[in-house]
Write a protein that binds this ligand. Structure first.
Ligand code: ADP
Ligand code: MG
Length: 231
């Protein structure tokens, strides 16, 4: 178990955005948190990354390195830096001495991009390519856990599946455990081992992905399921 969260509460002033949430992230799994906009998903992610302080509850981190990737991949990259230079810098600053050495082209290969991208600026890339670059940058510091907060929400539907497949490959090839956050059940459906459904600061459903889909416990999950386009 890499992360354990027990009865987590997070407040913004008097407003409690996360109202007692418990879950664990197991080694080698992809865990989904899904819920409508405003339900508190990003607050959980930011708190796990140490960017917000819990007002109550307990977080146990059994992993040394945790990295985040965000919805706005383009905005998270430095517009003035070529991809190669940005990755070189990320490796220099973030790569732990204990991890095997890696180069920028190797990082790009891990996310399915060609070397040609090294010489390009973020604005020259598609949204999907930018998200792959931000995944490559996250991989530069050899994370054990990746928190992906709506990583495909800004992408065309046709590109979404390919980026989600990349996350699956990372889990398989590098053994990285992933917390995948989405507002859309379709996104987590084929990728996650387990799913937590979040509504207004609490989990209203959770379990093996198949069980949550086949036997939803809450009306809220049923509503989210109805919004999933059948393929
Ligand atoms: N920095 C903040 N200050 C005050 N309220 C916030 C802040 N960030 C988020 N919120 C509120 O907390 C709730 C949960 O937000 P968030 O965690 O971003 O939800 P989600 O990621 O599920 O869309 C929302 O009502 C949002 O308006
Ligand atoms: Mg969010």
């Amino acid at each position: 178990m890499l992360l354990s969260v027990e009865d987590l509460r997070v407040k913004y002033g008097a407003f409690e955005a996360v109202r007692g949430v418990s879950f664990e992230l197991r080694a080698g799994e992809i865990l989904g948190i899904v819920g409508e906009s405003g339900s508190g998903k990003s607050t959980i992610a930011r708190t796990l990354a140490g960017l917000e302080k819990p007002s109550a509850g307990k977080i146990v981190r059994n992993c040394r390195r945790l990295q985040m990737i965000f919805q706005d991949a383009v905005g998270s990259l430095n517009p003035r830096m070529k991809v190669g230079a940005a990755l070189d810098e990320a490796i220099k600053v973030g790569r732990p001495k204990t991890a095997p050495a890696i180069t920028a082209p190797e990082l790009l290969e891990q996310v399915g991009l060609s070397r040609a991208v090294l010489d390009q600026y973020p604005r020259e890339l598609s949204g999907g390519q930018c998200q792959r670059v931000s995944v490559a940058r996250a991989l530069s510091c050899a994370p054990e856990v990746l928190i992906a907060d709506e990583p495909v929400s800004a992408l065309d539907v046709s590109v979404q599946a390919r980026v989600l497949n990349l996350l699956r490959d990372l889990r398989r090839n590098l053994g990285i455990s992933i917390l995948l956050i989405a507002h859309d059940l379709a996104v987590v459906k084929n990728v996650c081992d387990r799913i937590c459904v979040m509504e207004k600061g609490v989990f209203v459903d959770s379990g093996e992905a198949e069980a949550v889909f086949d036997h939803p416990l809450s009306d809220y999950t049923v509503r989210l399921l109805k919004a999933v386009p059948s393929i």
